[in-house]
Design a protein around this ligand. Structure first.
Ligand code: KG4
Ligand code: ZN
Length: 344
């Protein structure tokens, strides 16, 4: 089953052709450079960049996969969650192609895409990774932070979510406060690897709450207040230590709740996805947690699948198509910027 998948949920314009779990092509055009100077995604810039690139990206994905729109079975597109004006570009394009070439549309939730990024295979079908349900999912990116049980295909139970900022957003904002650029996660990771995690103790919000929700906005504020107490020279001299201490607080908050989730559910197979899952130090900490629990952990199967990409959307779409989950009323098919993760 050949699927043309499109994701324009944030700052990557991406199109892919997938066949079952296999990637035939996965083209991504990143807008990071356009947003860097603003320290975050600017909606109007994102919209225009998606519009300018979408046709090119789709054509390139089809060509790389040796396909044409006629040889594709279905079109998959991310309907949410994400940036409204950005989602709209992908949806409008999917509708246009659907009408012109008489193809059904499969609507895909971006969060589901990140979960299935751990099961995407290359064109030779590697890695094999058979599904071993159930999994505990920790999905961490710039737009969301969530713990869920992945019970079976397209079946989820949400355990906890952030009540304010996302984990990636917390890293991005700290980097912005330090004048380090965007996206902050990879920059903080690099500096933190050279710094002292014990330089300053930042709070671990929600640590003692009994639920599995997260909160990062108090931590962000405490970081801001702390750096205000430093002189420019002190700040400069302790840049690595600040990054390491702050990153430690963000990751501790994630790890505490992940550990609680294992305890609460008894599920030991972990799955960690989303942009922040690119962080090697975080991976190392999750691996130790899994080992301690006598379980295992999966990350996105290839590094390029950690951030936003359309291949992961195509793989979800394959399972949805098998269940007949197509858009019924194409004309009224709309974006859902705050779409929750739901089962099919
Ligand atoms: O999944 P993603 O590409 O887009 C969203 O759906 O949000 O995630 C982007 C987020 C950003 O906040 C970025 O700072 C973070 O992932 N990120 C990282 C790393 N690489 C990207 N955070 C920590 N360490 C990294 N190496
Ligand atoms: Zn994402």
């Amino acid at each position: 089953m050949k699927i043309l998948a499109i994701d324009t949920s944030a700052d990557e314009t991406s199109a892919a052709v997938t066949d079952g779990r296999k990637i035939l092509s996965n083209v991504r055009y990143s807008q990071i450079l356009a947003h860097t100077q603003w320290g975050g995604i600017v909606p109007s810039i994102a919209k225009r960049a998606h519009q300018e690139r979408i046709d090119f990206v789709i054509q390139k994905a089809l060509k790389k996969a040796g396909q044409t729109i006629e040889t594709i079975d279905y079109i998959a597109v991310t309907y949410g969650p994400g940036l409204s004006v950005a989602l709209e570009v992908g949806i409008a394009k999917a509708k246009e192609l659907s009408k012109q070439f008489n193809k059904k549309i499969i609507p895909v939730n971006h969060l589901e895409g990140h979960i299935y990024s751990c099961f995407v295979q290359n064109s030779r079908g590697n890695p094999k990774r058979p599904f071993q349900f159930p999994y505990i999912v920790l999905s961490i990116s710039g737009g969301h932070t969530m713990l869920a049980v992945f019970d079976d295909h397209l079946t989820y139970k949400i355990l906890g979510e952030t009540v304010d900022d996302a984990a990636g957003e917390a890293l991005d904002k700290a980097a912005k406060m330090l004048g380090l650029g965007y996206p902050g996660g990879p920059i903080i990771e690099k500096l933190a690897s050279l710094g002292d995690r014990r330089y300053h103790y930042f709070p671990r919000p929600m640590r003692s709450s009994l639920n599995l929700d997260f909160s990062f906005s108090g931590l962000k504020t405490s970081f801001l207040y702390f750096i205000r107490t430093l002189s420019p020279v002190e700040k400069q001299n302790h840049m690595n230590d600040l990054a390491a201490s702050y990153q430690e607080a963000v990751f501790d908050s994630l790890l505490f709740k992940l550990k609680d989730a294992v305890k609460k559910t008894g599920i030991k197979n972990l799955l960690v996805c989303g942009g922040v899952a690119a962080n090697s130090y975080l991976r190392q900490r999750v691996r130790s947690l899994a080992k301690e629990a006598g379980g295992s952990v999966l990350f996105p199967s290839y590094p390029m699948l950690t951030g936003d990409n359309a291949a992961m959307i195509g793989v979800v779409a394959y399972y949805k198509a098998k269940k007949g989950a197509f858009v019924e009323d194409v004309l009224n098919f709309e974006r859902e910027p705050r779409a929750p993760l739901t089962s099919t």
